[in-house]
Design a protein around this ligand. Sequence first.
Ligand SMILES: *[C@@H]1O[C@H](CO)[C@@H](O)[C@H](O)[C@H]1NC(C)=O
Ligand SMILES: *[C@@H]1O[C@H](CO)[C@@H](O)[C@H](O)[C@H]1NC(C)=O
Length: 232
Amino acid sequence: MMWIISVLSTLPYLITILTIATSNTSSASITFQCSFQKDFTTFHHDFQYVEFYECFLKTPFYITTRNSTVDIVYGRLTSHASEKSNNDVTELFINRKTLHFMPTNFGEIFKNLKYLAVWNSQLEEINQPDLKQFPNLVYLCLRFNNFEYLDADLFKFNPKLEFVRLFGNKIKEIHTTAFEGLTSLKTLNLERNICVDKMFVNSEDEVKEFVENLPNLCQFSNEIANFTENSE
Ligand SMILES: *[C@@H]1O[C@H](CO)[C@@H](O)[C@H](O)[C@H]1NC(C)=O
Ligand SMILES: *[C@@H]1O[C@H](CO)[C@@H](O)[C@H](O)[C@H]1NC(C)=O
């Protein structure tokens, strides 16, 4: 009896220890529905008659820590078109979810992703490792999120990108090499950000000129420099 009581009384501590031990590797359950699409809602005027196999995430999920993973819940709420599987998915569409950080295993689940759209989902950061998992990306739209910085060599592992849409974020600093290596970039939309409010659609020359002149527009501000110094 005494033994049981003593075990029971230590249980809360054990649970706390376990929770702390696992808090760095949280995961969230996702469900999605996939179908062939040929519409213009996600892509606007970037593509005209491209057929793509899209999955959109359904149930709410919450990712609020970095390096989280997602687990697919198969069943009624997750569905593929007949004979299709995760490897056939070319577009992933996420809208109005809580996704503060990009999960680290989207690229493992959807190995052939070409189009990625994360809208209105409170993304706080977008870094090179987040994007490295999608080497075939042609189109990236992260509109209406909360990230502030575009780091050096951000798209180093996404050399096929042609369309980058980052409007409606809080971008206040763009490293001069942020867009380096994107030789096929045609459309760049940075409207409604803090240091920049510009868009270039289907114009490789304009994008190139803009990127070359970036240092004049979104350079390190004193405020940010101080913040960086103080936090080190
Ligand atoms: C996330 O993972 C990267 C690479 O393994 C590591 O460098 C970084 O410290 C991790 N960040 C957090 C907050 O766990
Ligand atoms: C940055 O820090 C320096 C030294 O502490 C200070 O003099 C300066 O006013 C700060 N700049 C801003 C923009 O806060």
